[in-house]
Write a protein that binds this ligand. Structure first.
Ligand SMILES: *Cc1c(COP(=O)(O)O)cnc(C)c1O
Length: 377
């Protein structure tokens, strides 16, 4: 599209209209009467939280989810006024900031609860929190057997109000896996105990994107989609279940073209050797931009609407592509690393599969030095 004058031509394009479209799909999939918490942690999965969150707020997101207090503050600075849930909780010393910016913590240990309670009480406030249960993810959260003692301790903390009950599913991306039902059962039983103990959490939630496709839990009134908002699938088995549109494209353009004879070794280690007279194009993108080094000799990119292979080792700032089969290629031609070009497309899922990871990591790895350009919304 643009070879910006005076800039390295490598950029990420974020389609806010596609983001809002995906939000509407998630809303529909969640069903009537369920609120949507848009997960925008990790800079909105690399898409840029300061632009993504306001666009989702405009589309009707009820709450936002971040991993860290710092990410919550960034959303407030960007004009997000809806409730923000800090999924990863907080660390000693962050109580004041959390209160000052009206962030809602997820609590999974009593020490944090006590510190927050003291801080809130000192300010004469009552602070809302969501209680995190470990129903089988085995990561953070209170275990079911701890619950009676935990609830008794929490009941004494007058500065805190339990506003939500949250747990996280371990195998929701395998829809036939029986463990999800087991987790849901543990969650249901915990919810009953919580209510029995006199708490009245308003938000009851268990579902990430994968669970949104596979199950709906009748006791839950809030869902927490992340990856689907960005047009990604939580697992390939969910293909075609929702009309999702990719939000991110990653592009650069050709910086130099050269012709090399048979036998020429290319890039570090000469892991590509020309087997025919070869035209190579150098593109100014590398692993420092998040173009994984594992794509060396493996990745494909689009030029003039056609696929061409990466030739040799991906460097920190440069990658070479073999454009022998497209003789018209010249300096300045647009190159698509992720996204569409003339009916062809390279998806994050394809890229992830090529290097043995998941689309989530592909998005998160696009580094800070790549400028984000926003369209629509
Ligand atoms: C990241 C995260 C989500 C969103 O997961 P997706 O698979 O991207 O939908 C939901 N809940 C919690 C607790 C998370 O950490």
């Amino acid at each position: 599209m643009h070879h910006c004058q005076g800039h390295r031509p490598t950029y990420v394009e974020i389609d806010l209209a596609a983001l809002q479209h995906n939000f509407v799909q998630a809303r529909r999939q969640a069903g009537e009467g369920r609120e949507l918490l848009a997960v925008v942690k990790a800079d909105a999965y690399g898409h840029g939280a300061a632009r993504v969150a306001p666009a989702l707020q405009q589309a009707g997101a009820d709450l936002f989810g971040v991993a860290m207090v710092e990410e919550g503050l960034e959303l407030r600075r960007a004009g997000v006024s809806r409730p923000i849930l800090v999924l990863g909780g907080l660390y000693p010393g962050q109580e004041e900031e959390l209160l000052a910016h009206d962030l809602v913590p997820v609590i999974f240990d009593l020490e944090t609860a006590r510190r927050l309670n003291a801080r809130a009480a000192a300010d004469g406030r009552r602070l809302s929190y969501h209680l995190k249960l470990d129903t089988g993810m085995g990561r953070v959260g209170f275990r079911p057997e701890e619950l009676p003692a935990v609830l008794a301790a929490l009941a004494k903390l007058q500065g805190l109000v339990m506003d939500g009950l949250i747990s996280h599913l371990a195998v929701a991306d395998e829809p036939d896996h029986p463990f999800t039902a087991e987790q849901a059962e543990r969650f249901r039983s915990a919810l009953a105990q919580v209510r029995q103990a006199g708490f009245a959490p308003r938000h009851i939630h268990l579902s990430n994107s994968a669970a949104l496709f596979s199950q709906q839990f009748p006791e839950c009134n809030l869902v927490r989609p992340g990856i689907v908002l960005y047009g990604g699938l939580p697992a390939s088995c969910f293909a075609d279940r929702l009309d999702l549109r990719p939000v991110m494209s990653f592009r650069t353009s050709v910086a130099q073209v050269k012709q090399v004879p048979v036998g020429t070794g290319v890039s570090y280690g000469h892991r590509f050797v020309a087997e025919r007279p070869t035209r190579l194009a150098a593109i100014p993108v590398g692993y420092a931009d998040g173009y994984s080094r594992n794509l060396s000799n493996v990745g494909q990119v689009l030029v003039r609407g056609r696929r061409v292979p990466v030739a040799g080792t991906v460097c920190m700032d440069w990658t070479l592509i073999d454009v022998t089969d497209i003789p018209q290629v010249q300096v300045g031609d647009e190159v698509t690393l992720l996204g569409r070009d003339n009916g062809q497309s390279i998806t994050a899922e394809e890229w992830a599969q090529a290097i043995g990871t998941i689309n989530y990591e592909v998005f998160c790895q696009i580094s800070k030095r790549v400028p984000r350009v926003y369209l629509g919304g």
